[in-house]
Design a protein around this ligand. Structure first.
Ligand SMILES: Cc1cc2nc3c(=O)[nH]c(=O)nc-3n(C[C@H](O)[C@H](O)[C@H](O)COP(=O)(O)O)c2cc1C
Length: 331
């Protein structure tokens, strides 16, 4: 069973990916409820944290029911990374994760995110700074390399482990690929098979079904896998995969009533966390995902994204439950 510091994870754990504007406490709670074993926060700018920026600070909120949970930070300045690790330390998540994988230009330009794949010495210095700033286990999430011709994850993994990083998650794409093309997990398999590597190695990229998860588990023999996009609007993916690992059988897909319950819980927890108005507005971007592929749903979606009061929203949820009560078989 993989260990990260004192955190003992189940065999082949399923990790919820850090996702900006998605992996907030309400969503993490939902994923935990549906079987995710380790949660990551949205990435937080080290400089934002130091400036005391409200948006960054709010991302530090963690709750006991979602543990184990990691807070992810990014930045290209050693001092800022050390200071922000100290700030993260005060809220005592279970681990601190460093984002060395973000491909977005405005992050990369500052020598942060995937930018450091071009400068591994800088990556090591930034990591050392974080380790210095916290007493918590430090993990890293990164990509295979800058581009196809400069894949350097083998060197990166060894050097990160040597300075005390306790687990590595690799999104099996290069920075140049952004989110396009295929993820190539054979590179992660090679790291796992490196006799010098003993820290847990988690694979990430394109896991979107129980069948694919089992195939990749058997094929690549990693310590676990991280799931991002497939969990958006579909937190059931975690338990579906676990059940498939255990029995080789597929769970029945969620009914419309299950989807309503998940969306409603998501809304309630968002309102609790962010306040009613912001919770309702921010939840609007999620409804399409919860009800993807449901015939004739447009009319209800329109109502959900234009209604302001929570009682009115609950009423719409009830209508959806009633109208789609016998719809299960067609989903
Ligand atoms: C909306 C969105 C936001 C993301 N934000 C982050 C982030 O804050 N930190 C991070 O390390 N990766 C982030 N990612 C990348 C994911 O964590 C993950 O590596 C990527 O989506 C590939 O996994 P998947 O195919 O399971 O989605 C984000 C991805 C998406 C789609």
């Amino acid at each position: 069973m993989p260990k990260i510091g004192n955190i003992i994870l189940p065999e082949h754990p399923l990790l919820l990916a850090p996702m900006e504007d998605v992996s907030d406490p309400p969503f993490r709670r939902l994923c935990k409820m549906h079987g995710a074993d380790l949660m990551y926060s949205e990435f937080i700018s080290s400089e934002g944290l130091i400036r005391d920026a409200m948006k960054s600070k709010m991302k530090l909120d963690i709750f006991d029911y979602e543990r184990p949970v990691g807070i992810q930070i990014f930045g290209g300045d050693e001092e800022a990374m050390e200071m922000s690790a100290k700030i993260v330390d005060t809220v005592q998540p279970d681990l601190v994760d460093i984002n060395f994988g973000c491909p977005v230009k405005k992050v990369v330009c500052k020598g942060a995110g995937a930018g450091v794949l071009k400068d591994v010495d800088l990556m090591i210095r930034l990591t050392k700074a974080v380790i210095k700033g916290t007493s918590l286990p430090v993990t890293v999430k990164t990509r295979l390399g800058w581009d196809e011709s400069s894949i350097n994850i083998d060197e990166v993994a060894e050097r990160l482990q040597d300075i005390g990083v306790q687990a590595l998650t690799v999104h099996a794409r290069t920075r140049a690929q952004m989110y396009k093309g295929h993820s190539d997990w054979t590179h992660i398999e090679r790291i796992k098979n490196n006799p010098r590597i003993s820290m847990p190695i988690f694979g990430n990229g394109d896991i979107d079904s129980a069948e694919k998860a089992l195939e990749y588990k058997n094929r690549f023999g990693l310590d676990g896998m991280m799931i991002g996009r497939a969990a958006i609007g579909y937190p059931w993916i975690f338990n579906e995969i676990k059940h498939f690992f255990k029995t080789g059988e597929k769970l029945a897909p969620p009914t419309v009533a299950d989807r309503v319950e998940a969306a409603q819980n998501h809304l309630i927890w968002s309102m609790e966390w962010k306040g009613e108005r912001v919770g309702i507005v921010e939840m609007r971007r999620h409804y399409t995902n919860y009800f993807k592929g449901i015939h004739g749903f447009k009319e209800y979606k329109q109502k959900l994204v234009t209604t302001d009061g929570h009682n009115e929203l609950f009423e719409i949820f009830n209508q959806i439950r009633e109208v789609y009560a016998n719809y299960e078989h067609q989903v």
